[in-house]
Design a protein around this ligand. Structure first.
Ligand code: BGC
Length: 757
């Protein structure tokens, strides 16, 4: 009897305990099973006015406050976008001097775009996201998708090239994979931030068509397809308002037309006015340069525009608390998706997988621009003395360039990668050739390299030439670097030409030894007055921690190059729309985008200008044969005029009326390799002026020697649209179009006409 009673009691106790574990009875905002919006509203209802204001501005260089009383944690940001920045001091930019904050540096975003492979972008996002997670960061300040408008742009290396379609396709997997780690991306710099000179002061004048067709699509893809949880406003102005506090871009477009539910974070010091910050879409203010901040005073953050000045207005009833609640909701949403996400993984730092990923991304991005003769790949059976010339063979590139500067465990330099690959098979000699930038410190992170050299320009060239005469082959490794006025935040380049008398040196090397390969390390196009004299040219970008290994992989043929240019290399600045029309004024105050839609290849095509190397160009060590492409139909049926029952129905109808172009690509050479098939669309007759052709699909295929694969590229009605400024809508006009199957913007293989009915 007693035993029975005890069993009953323990069954009841157990049932109660089980019930307790499944039923959460604490505050809703902490209940992980409650709907996100309920949690946000519950948290807001518990916060004081002061607590609300505290979460919408910084409390240190890279963090904003949580609500300690409610157990809501701080939010930690980090640069971005090529690796996780070293820890900095609470109030200063200088590094904190930790010894456990080295990261893997991934190739720069121009390199990523040059892979033309969304799977590589996914690998990038996964790897960098895991590093951010391990370092306990909630927001990764990147990726950047400002359009490559001028080759002088100091930050082009942090962006994904000149084409809105390519940048859109490449940004989405990066965003999705980072965020799987419970780390938000912060897509930057939104938007029209295409130059660095006077970046806080210039006001952009651009047509709505260029804005919607060229400058917005990659951001839109990151938000709508990638699901980005935050976005960073840009420094400069549009329509007279700073882009961090811009009614048109942030409220009307981002939060209105695109229904963005994430947080708008200011660029560091991008907010200038409390009223504008309140009303014009700014949610979370960072980096404002109050006097206090530079002095490291404790009340510095209280002086932020969205701190005490905002609180004073709220207390005085000058502004509604609803606007504040809306900002707080966005910030809490960001916190709950990241810092307060109980399911976030642990991440990993400097793992073997991450190092291998950095090398693979580099391998896929390097572009073989020219390869006449038999210099590349280097044949070690016939090359016993290999000369390497150039500062960039021995200069660390992960330190410098602005906020993307990193602290890496180890950066494999090009000379190191080459020596490791060559081993005992040949003698590798190095000559400096030119002196560029001997600095090697950024915010307290130093390369530890002493690159000083007292030789004169003449002597450096003479020494390199003498060595070249003795060598079996010469590899020159130069280009730009991360110093001011090169590839560097805060300044633009001053010219298209290579700095430090490199042109003179390259011409002299070409005279001395006909087996010369020139490797350019840069994030920008450079002029090449010696292009005809040099048989092999490679664009190797900033390759991150594994730069030297990736380059060696390609130079010695262990990896067959498959990168393609994400932007045009013009012969001269006059060959670009922006510069020939005066759209890059000396005095950067009002910057009119006079070239409109004609950016990059769109200008070269329309004005019939022959580029040095075209957008989409890239060679391989093998050869490919393309069959004739066949279209699945001769027309696309417009669904615009039909009454679509829903957005989904309209999408499905558009998809079903798409045309698919099919062709077979065969590897006809002796090495495995990858070929890139590009599809452009041209509108032959239209009521508005359109670029001659625009990229609308691409596919990279990997083929063993002798192997063939079918490539299928589809286009639907949406790919034919332009932005109608009067209707403020995307429209397509019925009529004739051409599908252009191409190997680059200048290498057209086939043109197939079709109609939109
Ligand atoms: C840069 C941003 C960067 C921020 C924080 C700013 O100067 O423009 O891209 O994320 O600093 O370092």
């Amino acid at each position: 009897m007693i035993k029975k009673a005890l069993t009953l009691i323990s069954a009841v106790v157990l049932a109660m305990a089980c019930q307790q574990t499944v039923k959460y009875s604490g505050p809703t905002y902490l209940d992980q099973n409650a709907p996100l919006e309920d949690r946000i509203q519950d948290a807001i209802s518990r916060m004081t006015l002061e607590e609300k204001v505290a979460v919408i501005h910084a409390q240190s260089k890279f963090s904003s406050a949580g609500v300690p009383r409610l157990g809501i944690p701080e939010l930690w940001c980090t640069d971005g976008p090529h690796g996780i920045r070293a820890e900095v001091l609470w109030d200063e930019w200088s590094q904190a001097g930790w010894t456990n904050d080295s990261c893997v540096a991934y190739p720069a975003l121009t390199a990523l775009a040059a892979s033309w492979n969304p799977e590589i972008s996914a690998l990038y996002g996964k790897s960098i996201g895991e590093e951010a997670r391990y370092r306990e960061k909630d927001v990764l300040l990147g990726p950047g998708v400002n359009i490559y408008r001028t080759p002088l742009g100091g930050r082009n290396f942090e962006y994904m090239g000149e084409d809105p379609y390519l940048a859109s396709k490449m940004v989405v997997p990066y965003v999705q994979e980072v965020q799987k780690n419970g780390v938000a991306v912060c897509v930057k710099h939104f938007c029209l931030n295409n130059m660095e000179e006077n970046r806080h002061g210039y006001d952009v004048v651009v047509s709505d068509r260029a804005l919607y067709e060229i400058y917005l699509p990659a951001f839109k893809a990151a938000v709508l397809e990638g699901g980005a949880w935050s976005i960073m406003g840009a420094y400069n102005l549009y329509k007279g308002q700073h882009l961090c506090t811009n009614q048109y871009i942030l409220n009307d477009i981002l939060k209105g037309e695109w229904a963005f539910d994430g947080a708008v974070i200011s660029d560091w010091g991008g907010v200038h006015d409390t009223d504008e910050a309140i009303t014009n879409g700014m949610d979370l203010e960072f980096g404002t340069w109050t006097d206090g901040l530079t002095m490291g005073k404790t009340n510095a953050y209280d002086n932020y525009f969205l701190a005490q000045p905002y609180l004073a207005k709220l207390r005085a009833g000058e502004t509604s608390e609803d606007i504040l609640n809306e900002k707080v909701a966005r910030v809490l949403r960001l916190m709950m998706r990241t810092a307060m996400n109980p399911d976030k993984p642990f991440g990993a730092l400097c793992s073997d997988e991450h190092i291998a990923a950095a090398r693979k991304i580099g391998d896929e991005s390097i572009v073989l621009l020219k390869n006449d003769g038999d210099v590349l790949p280097v044949d070690l059976a016939s090359t016993k003395k290999l000369l390497v010339v150039g500062e960039n063979a021995v200069k660390m590139m992960t330190v410098g360039g602005g906020s993307s500067s990193l602290k890496v465990k180890h950066e494999v330099l090009p000379l190191e990668g080459i020596k490791a690959r060559v081993g005992d098979a040949a003698e590798v000699i190095f000559e400096r050739g030119y002196i560029g930038d001997v600095g090697g410190t950024f915010d307290g992170v130093t390369t530890g390299q002493d690159l000083r050299d007292a030789r004169s320009e003449e002597q450096l060239i003479a020494d390199a030439v003498a060595a070249a005469k003795e060598a079996d082959a010469v590899i020159f490794i130069g280009g730009l670097n991360k110093a001011d006025h090169q590839d560097c935040e805060g300044t633009d380049r001053r010219e298209l030409g290579l700095p430090y008398a490199q042109d003179k040196l390259i011409a002299a090397l070409a005279e001395a030894n006909e087996k010369l390969a020139v490797v350019i390390i840069s994030g920008n196009a450079v002029a090449m007055p010696w292009v005809e004299q040099v048989p092999a040219i490679v664009e190797s970008w900033y390759g991150g921690s594994q730069a030297g290994n990736s380059l060696a992989d390609v130079l010695f043929g262990d990896v067959n190059p498959s990168g393609h240019l994400p932007f045009t290399f013009p012969v001269s600045l006059d060959d670009t729309g922006v510069h020939s029309l005066g759209g890059y004024p000396e005095e950067m105050k009002t910057v009119e985008y006079k070239e409109g839609l004609l950016v990059g290849y769109r200008w070269a095509d329309t004005k019939n200008v022959k580029p040095l190397f075209a957008f989409g160009h890239g060679l391989s060590y093998t050869t490919f044969e393309w069959s004739e492409a066949k279209a699945s139909a001769t027309s696309i049926k417009s669904v615009q005029s039909e009454v679509a029952t829903s957005v989904e129905a309209e999408k499905a109808a558009k998809k079903s009326s798409a045309i698919t172009f099919k062709l077979t690509v065969k590897n006809t050479g002796k090495r495995a390799g990858a070929e890139l098939v590009q599809l452009y669309v041209s509108d032959t007759e239209c009521s508005v002026e359109r670029p001659q052709k625009e990229l609308k699909a691409f596919q990279k295929v990997y083929l063993q020697p002798g192997e063939s694969k079918v490539v299928e590229l589809s286009i639907c009605e949406d790919d034919l649209r332009f932005f109608d400024e009067t209707k403020h809508a995307w429209v397509s006009e019925k009529g004739e179009f051409n599908a252009i199957i191409a190997a680059s913007a200048s290498d057209i293989r086939q043109t197939i006409p079709f109609t939109l009915k």
